[in-house]
Design a protein around this ligand. Structure first.
Ligand code: TTP
Ligand code: MG
Length: 387
């Protein structure tokens, strides 16, 4: 049976929230991320500011040079989170089959709903107008037979768009687009594909799977299937987190143990912060490494007792990293850490050990500062990297 998948994504989310609560900001170049003199980066730019070439992740100074007339705002995550849950609640009025992909986006599976709801396109329009009426912000929606195509469709329709890709036309819809428009293809994969003359998604789809596998591993094979509009991943309704992880593709492939450890430290702190935010503890830590030739490995270790401490997560990851580096010596392009085996068991007795208690308090104090001022507001002296 052909599925009917929607991808709903709010337009310029952080900025839209600011404009919704202060209409004087509407229609203006607005940038959320901090003051232009600050060291931070753009989190979100309004479409008016994007016309000047401002985009997410650009240093604030550069954004100011491109768009000196822009209004810079520090950002208010608490409010964004609140809007995000109201957004998810609206979606939940339509189906329980919702998979959030972040604060401002989600997949919905509406297969089989037409007899009851009418044409899926009209349901999408109803979703858009409820979001506009109740939150005061616009959403873009892609409709397709699978997740990857629905997502690309919502991206292409932005802002305030609606784009339906009829069954059977997925491949033709994707073919002329740049490989960069395919989720999963980052700057570096784009470069490597370009080197072999592959610029469009159509060209990527035409490569033999065996070739993609040999060049990029199973990840490449998956990209090839996506490029052909084939994606059988189900929409996985939101449930309690089964694992929490962070990973980063490095600017340059490296074998330098010092930098890898520093990056791992930072990733471990992010994972720890999220664990504590959810009130969870983890029993298992997994390190993931992808080499420059795309071979990807994972190594896991189970902790003696469940933990939510940055230090313990990092230490475990560092041991796994050391083992990995003793194995294959080949430049690394991606590193990640994940915790699983989660449970919110009563806090462990070991907490009453003084050292453990001190670091538990320290972790929480840092979480609090970061919640108020953003993740980069405070370093621990234990890491000096940014991803
Ligand atoms: P996106 O949905 O990627 O972007 P957007 O909603 O700002 O714009 P649009 O969807 O219309 O293209 O991200 C959602 C929010 O996540 C965004 O408003 C701010 C935040 N974000 C960051 O903080 N840093 C980033 O680098 C990106 C891409 C997003
Ligand atoms: Mg968005």
């Amino acid at each position: 049976m052909t599925r009917q998948i929607l991808h709903v994504d709010l337009d310029a989310f952080f900025v839209s929230v600011e404009q919704a609560r202060n209409p004087a900001l509407r229609g203006k170049p607005v940038i959320v991320g901090g003051r232009p003199g600050g060291r931070g980066v753009v989190a979100c730019a309004s479409y008016e500011a994007r016309k000047f070439g401002v985009h997410a992740a650009m240093p604030l100074g550069a954004a100011h040079r491109r768009c000196p007339g822009a209004i810079f705002l520090p950002g208010d995550f608490h409010t964004y989170r609140e809007y995000s849950s109201r957004f998810m609640e609206i979606l939940a009025d339509f189906t329980p089959d919702i998979e959030p992909g972040g604060l401002d986006e989600a997949y919905l599976d509406l297969t089989g709903f037409e007899p009851l709801y009418g044409p899926v396109r009209e349901t999408a329009l109803r979703i858009k107008s409820r979001i506009r009426n109740e939150l005061g912000i616009t959403a873009s929606i892609g409709i397709a037979s699978c997740k990857i195509v629905a997502k690309v469709a919502s991206d292409r329709s932005k802002p305030n768009g609606l784009l339906e890709v009829p069954p059977g036309t997925e491949r033709g819809f994707l073919a002329p687009l740049s490989v960069r428009d395919l989720p999963g293809v980052g700057q570096r994969t784009e470069k490597e594909l370009k080197r072999i003359g592959v610029v469009t998604i159509g060209q990527l789809a035409a490569l033999p799977p065996a070739f993609l596998r040999q060049k990029f591993g199973s990840y490449g094979e998956m990209l090839g299937r996506y490029a052909a509009g084939m994606d059988d991943r189900p929409v996985q309704a939101y449930g309690p987190a089964k694992s929490i992880g962070r990973e980063v593709t490095l600017d340059e492939d490296t074998l330098d143990e010092g930098s890898l450890r520093a990056i791992l430290r930072r990733l471990a702190e992010k994972v720890g912060a999220e664990l504590r935010h959810e009130g969870n503890q983890a029993r298992t830590v997994t390190l993931k490494v992808r080499y420059a030739d795309f071979e990807t490995i994972t190594r896991s270790r189970t902790l003696p007792a469940a933990s939510d401490g940055d230090q313990e997560i990092y230490d475990t990851g560092a041991v796994l990293l050391e083992k990995t580096l003793k194995g294959r010596r080949y430049p690394i392009r991606l590193i990640g850490i994940r915790v699983s085996n989660l449970g919110s068991l009563a806090r462990q007795l070991s907490l009453w050990d003084d050292r453990a208690r001190r670091t538990a308090y320290l972790d929480r104090a840092i979480d609090e500062i970061r919640r108020k001022y953003g993740f980069d507001a405070i370093g621990t002296g234990r890491n000096h990297t940014r991803e």
